[in-house]
Design a binder for this molecule. Structure first.
Ligand SMILES: [Zn+2]
Length: 492
């Protein structure tokens, strides 16, 4: 009896151990398979849901295709040039109009050639959110300057249309593609946005281009007859506008430097442009002794170095002056930039001491008081140098624009939207979005006369703009669109 028992016990134990091993093996196999299956499904789910949530097809791929297509609409062969009311500018307008309609907007051209696309939202009498940028370009331009602001706004609205949220916007949203910001054709910037803001003087209609065609004629040629009355009617009622938002490439190197795709603009620098004429005594380069010369070229050189010194270290010049308090000097030190970009001499010959030198001065700063203090100091010292050198100096003001401070509440909303966009893209909480000033002028400057304004900058490679080398990373185009989606979501 014992043997069969022992035999059966042995067999039973063997079977039991075998079954345990099998169970452990199956458990491990199941765990392995399920872990891998879940992790695969999990990552696919995360990726595809993130892709779907982030609308890369609309905000990145289609936006880039449109930017490239628009970049080919040019008046010139071989490079991009699109000026106010040119044939290419009209073709570009019609193309953008199709994309506006694709995003569900109602479209029209106004008498100044601006293209509007509007969606009324749930309450058509609520204040309108305006989003815009310009469709004109400089000569030999890049494809992102201006166009990125228009395309990213349209992509964002198309996303809201595709997910059914467009109809839930609590206020009207209007995208405006401004007809002239660069001012290449008429040397007069902001024809489009200034008309809507109501700050374009009627005399602007009579400005002529190089061929003698006036602004008014160029509009008439394109069936946009404008009169003084219709120009005045273009002005929007400030009570009907909630605010103006503009997305634009930075056109400078700071975002790239700090490694951030988006930045919020705190303000647009005020600007002064001067023409300086230095007159001396023209003479023979070989016969007039150095001690007897009244050389405007050497004087101009000293004046230019003075300007550079002053703008590099405004503290050294202004700290003793009652005009400037500490905050003015602080603001100046961080934002003041000065440039001499153009110089000409007469008669411009290697063996002649010039009779006259003319050069331009461009001064920009966030602080208007500080900019004026720099101008005051500059002209004081300039005249002293000219007296010492026995040459005459004439300083003529050519342009003066006050700085524009972006609305702090609107800027916080844009900052929040940019943070949300970057968090959605990376899955991580990012550092604070950088706050920058804009040294370049934008349509937001003109629109600030109508309503509060806010701007979002997008990183561009090497800070290069106004050049075919202008470049924005594909994912940065996506980030810009996503930030506008996040911003629009706050208006649902
Ligand atoms: Zn621009």
């Amino acid at each position: 009896m014992a043997v069969p028992f022992a035999k059966s016990h042995f067999l039973w134990s063997f079977l039991s151990i075998f079954l345990h091993i099998l169970a452990v093996f199956l458990l491990l196999l199941t765990t392995y398979v399920s872990a891998h299956t879940f992790s695969d499904i999990g990552s696919e789910d995360v990726d595809s849901s993130r892709r779907n949530d982030l609308y890369s097809e609309i905000l990145r791929d289609e936006a880039l295709a449109r930017l490239n297509e628009l970049g080919k609409v040019s008046d010139a062969d071989g490079y991009l040039e699109r000026t106010f009311m040119s044939a290419a500018s009209l073709r570009a307008g019609n193309l953008i109009r199709c994309w506006m309609e694709d995003a569900g907007l109602t479209t029209w051209f106004d008498h100044m050639g601006n293209l509007h696309g509007r969606f009324e939202g749930m309450n058509r009498s609520a204040e309108t959110l305006l989003i815009g940028s310009h469709l004109d370009t400089v000569v030999d331009a890049g494809i992102f300057d201006g166009s990125l602001g228009i395309i990213s706004a349209l992509s964002a609205l198309k996303v809201l249309k595709s997910n059914g949220m467009l109809a839930k916007l609590k206020r009207p949203v209007e995208v405006i593609a401004f007809s002239d910001e660069e001012g290449v054709r008429f040397q007069s910037t902001f024809l489009g946005s200034a008309a809507i803001a109501g700050i374009l003087p009627v005399s602007a209609l009579q400005i002529s281009d190089k061929s003698g065609v006036t602004v008014q004629d160029s509009l008439k040629e394109n069936s946009l007859g404008i009169t003084e009355e219709s120009l005045l009617q273009l002005k929007y009622d400030s009570k009907s506008v909630w605010g103006y938002v503009e997305v634009h490439i930075e056109q400078g190197p700071l975002l790239e430097w700090v490694g951030f795709p988006l930045g919020v603009v705190k303000g647009i620098a005020g600007q002064t442009r001067l023409k300086v004429v230095v007159k001396g005594s023209q003479g023979h380069a070989g016969t007039v002794p150095m001690s007897l010369r009244q050389d405007p070229m050497a004087a101009a050189a000293e004046l230019i170095v003075l300007l550079e010194r002053l703008c590099k270290n405004p503290k050294d010049f202004l700290s003793y002056d009652d005009q400037c308090n500490d905050s003015t000097i602080e603001s100046l030190s961080s934002s003041l930039v000065c440039t001499v970009g153009e110089i000409s001499t007469w008669p411009s010959a290697s063996n002649v001491i010039p009779g006259q030198v003319t050069f331009t001065v461009d001064i920009r700063a966030m602080d208007d008081m500080g900019r004026e203090a720099v101008l005051y100091e500059l002209s004081n010292q300039m005249y002293q140098i000219c007296d010492r050198r026995s040459v005459s100096c004439i300083v003529e003001s050519k342009h003066d624009a006050k700085a524009v401070v972006c609305d702090s509440e609107l800027s916080s909303q844009l900052k929040f939207a940019a943070n949300v966009a970057l968090k959605r893209m990376t899955g991580e909480i990012q550092d604070e979005v950088p706050i920058l000033m804009s040294g370049a002028g934008h349509d937001a400057m003109a629109m600030s006369h109508l309503s509060k304004v806010g701007m979002l900058f997008v990183r561009c490679r090497g800070g290069i703009s106004h050049s075919p080398a202008e470049h924005v990373l594909d994912d940065d185009v996506w980030a810009a669109g996503l930030a506008i989606v996040a911003f629009l979501e706050t208006h649902l």
